[in-house]
Design a protein around this ligand. Structure first.
Ligand SMILES: [Zn+2]
Length: 101
């Protein structure tokens, strides 16, 4: 098929238009995903991943330990397991005595 210059131009601009709109849609999707993530975080923040009840956050020497008010599960943030593992036995006992009834 032989394209006349004007048709070629039209194809080019249509393609440009499509690419432009696609980019706008992609940006919208990205924003939506971020909003969805934010919403999920708001819903789940400081909620027990196992039973969904409130977590009680305790700061122990810079280590934030979250303990569930319902199932008694203990949760650590990123890097905190490493910090806990570096505690001396005495420190570890003190940390867990916070939760003893
Ligand atoms: Zn729980």
């Amino acid at each position: 098929m032989v394209w006349k210059p004007s048709e070629k131009e039209e194809e080019y601009f249509a393609r440009m238009e499509f690419e432009k709109r696609k980019k706008i849609e992609e940006e919208k999707h990205k924003r939506l995903a971020e909003e969805e993530k934010k919403k999920l975080k708001e819903i789940h923040y400081l909620m027990c991943p196992k039973c969904g009840m409130e977590l009680i956050e305790i700061d122990y020497g810079g280590i934030k330990v979250d303990k569930c008010s319902e199932c008694e599960g203990v949760w650590l943030d990123a890097g905190e397991l490493e910090a806990v593992s570096k505690l001396e036995k005495a420190g570890l006992d003190k940390l867990f005595s916070v939760f003893k009834k």
